[in-house]
Structure formats: C-alpha cells, structure tokens
Unconditional design. Structure first.
Length: 100
C-alpha cells in the first residue's frame, strides 16, 4: 500500500511539473525570451517523469494490474491534467487496501 501512496504523490508532482512546463516555462521562453525557465522546469519534469514511469512499473507488478490499466497510467502522464484525472481511481484502490 505504501508504494501505491507514493505513486499517487509522484503522479501529482509529475502532473504539476508538466503543467508548469506547458503554461509557465514555455510562455516565458517563447513570449518573453527567457529560455532558462524551460531548462530548469524541463529538467525537474524529466526527472519526475522518469520516476513516475519507474514507480508505475513497480506498482503494475506489485498490484498485478492489467496491461490496460498501466497503459491508461502512461497516457495520463502525457495529457495535461491527466495524472489528476487518474488519481481518483488510485485513491479508491488505496482506500480498498486499507479495509483489507
């Protein structure tokens, strides 16, 4: 269960970093000519994305997820707000584990 809770936290951080990259750093670079924003936020997002995928693989194996669920988790990381939309199902799964 702790792995699933950690995955939820990483997913939120990854999703927020993606939004910061798209809606903060990219405008700073292309509108106000401040390319350093993309360098910094892009690096943070890249690290969080790799961590997300690594933890996703561990959760997939640990929780014995179907391939389709893992695929949805990957797609969620590629869509703005995707990890936030995927989180309620993770929360339900984590709460069900607490009851067991």
């Amino acid at each position: 269960m702790k792995l699933l809770q950690f995955f939820r936290k990483v997913a939120l951080a990854e999703g927020l970093s993606y939004l910061a990259l798209l809606f903060l750093a990219m405008p700073l670079k292309y509108i106000w000519d401040i390319p350093q924003a993309v360098s910094v936020v892009g690096m943070i997002h890249g690290i969080l994305f790799i961590l997300y995928i690594w933890i996703l693989i561990r959760v997939w194996i640990d929780r014995n997820w179907k391939f389709s669920r893992a695929t949805i988790a990957v797609i969620a990381s590629l869509v703005p707000f995707g990890t936030m939309m995927f989180d309620p199902s993770l929360k339900r799964e984590a709460e069900a584990l607490k009851k067991v």
